[in-house]
Design a protein around this ligand. Structure first.
Ligand code: LLP
Length: 381
């Protein structure tokens, strides 16, 4: 039996919980992105590996010809292993360790997105020692807010990321002066799960202002990296399985100069819709005033609801019975181990298969062994 897009026969004997990835949907998403950029051959999307570093997911994305956006030496290695060319790898992060910088230099990645002047000096010194030149973009903190969860905004002056836009000029001058550094452009990222395109429009306007000021001061501006952040519709995974790439890329096409190469670092919008966390009901339990469906998946398998109060659609794949309200919880010894409260589900019984939808981004990649539980497995359609 196939329920929705889920091959229930295949699930029957598998140990839960596990992540299920809908490969055709991922391919359709990647194809949609490719089509959007057909008229901008110099624009490049780097997949944000942090969203999902499952080797199967990585190799499908590498095959589609995207670059990779990495934030650690481990991610650089995973991207290379999955077949991303080093020339498509960009490397960001406020705290790059020396071994990670050396790995990037050895592998000749496309560039380092540098987050402070102190980091620039260290990269220059390590490159000099290795007889190399480090390609760098400077990450700018544009002081632009985003209408999203406070834990995932990154572009405000109060956030730890990047070089404040007003302090950029001396750092560019220093980058130009350093013999073992090549200045390539400016990097930005304002936050994640952004659905309001006016946030991206505000980013474009700020980028244009910054570039104009630099040009007036006769400084090079290089190319532009706008980061990631496009959100998805968590409430409607069946009706709206694709992020709104048209409005997203359309905003940048409308507001950024067409002749300048633009880089994107999309994570969530590429992989969230194609992943579901599949688990089983262990117990149905009547509380004093609420009914609990206790799953064998917990916050260690998918931490987003506990960490950001994120809401994922939850479905009972095993029953068409009348719906009832459940608090859907995991087995972890924490009160925050809750996937949803008052969730309407077809009547649950022990053993029913439950899908927690849109979990392809920041699901498996943030899983942990908390409570000494094994990491969730994964299967692909
Ligand atoms: N580029 C940079 C510099 C980033 O920091 C991020 C995400 C991205 C790109 C990709 O952003 P996306 O397109 O996925 O929004 N764990 C949180 C999300 C953290 C995002 C961190 N940075 C969550 O589960 O919602």
């Amino acid at each position: 039996m196939l329920r929705g897009n889920f091959p229930l026969e295949r699930f029957r004997d598998l140990r839960t919980p596990f992540y299920y990835y809908d490969t055709p949907l991922l391919k359709r998403t990647l194809e949609t992105v490719r089509k959007q950029l057909r008229d901008r051959p110099s624009w490049q999307v780097h997949y944000a590996v942090k969203a999902n570093a499952n080797p199967g997911v990585l190799s499908l994305i590498a095959e589609a010809g995207l670059g990779a956006d990495c934030v650690s030496g481990g991610e650089i290695q995973a991207a290379l292993d999955a077949g991303f060319p080093a020339t498509g790898i960009v490397y960001a992060g406020v705290g790059k360790a020396d071994w990670e910088i050396r790995l990037g230099l050895e592998q000749q990645i496309q560039r380092f997105n540098v987050e402070s002047e102190a980091e620039l000096e260290v990269i220059a010194a390590l490159a000099a020692k290795m007889g190399k030149t480090a390609p760098v973009s400077l990450r700018v903190n544009p002081d632009i807010g985003a209408h999203t969860h406070a834990g995932i905004t990154t572009g405000l002056a109060e956030n730890k990321f990047g070089i404040y836009h007003g302090s950029l000029e001396p750092v560019i001058r220093r980058a130009l002066e350093l013999e073992h550094v090549r200045f390539l452009g400016l990097h930005f990222h304002i936050g994640s799960q952004i659905l309001d395109m006016s946030d991206f429009a505000a980013l474009c306007n700020r980028i244009n202002d910054i570039r104009r000021t630099l040009e007036r001061h006769r400084l090079p501006t290089g190319d532009i990296n706008v980061g990631g952040g496009l959100g998805i519709e968590y409430a409607h995974p069946n009706h709206l399985p694709l992020a709104d790439f048209e409005s997203y890329f359309g905003t940048f096409k409308r507001l950024l100069p067409a002749h300048v190469p633009v880089h994107f670092e999309l994570g969530r919008s590429l992989v969230a819709p194609c992943g579901s966390l599949i688990s089983r009901v262990l117990y149905v339990k009547e509380g004093l005033s609420r009914k609990f469906a206790v799953l064998d998946a917990g916050m260690n398998d998918l931490v987003r609801p506990a960490m950001y109060h994120a809401s994922h659609r939850i479905e009972n794949l095993s029953s068409d019975g009348p719906e009832q309200a459940y608090d859907v919880v995991g087995p972890i010894c924490e009160s925050s181990d809750v996937f949803g409260k008052d969730v309407m589900l077809s009547e649950c019984r022990r053993g029913d298969l439950i899908a927690i939808r849109s979990a392809g981004a920041y699901g498996e990649s943030m899983a942990s062994c908390y409570n000494s539980r094994p990491l969730p497995g994964s299967i692909f359609e």
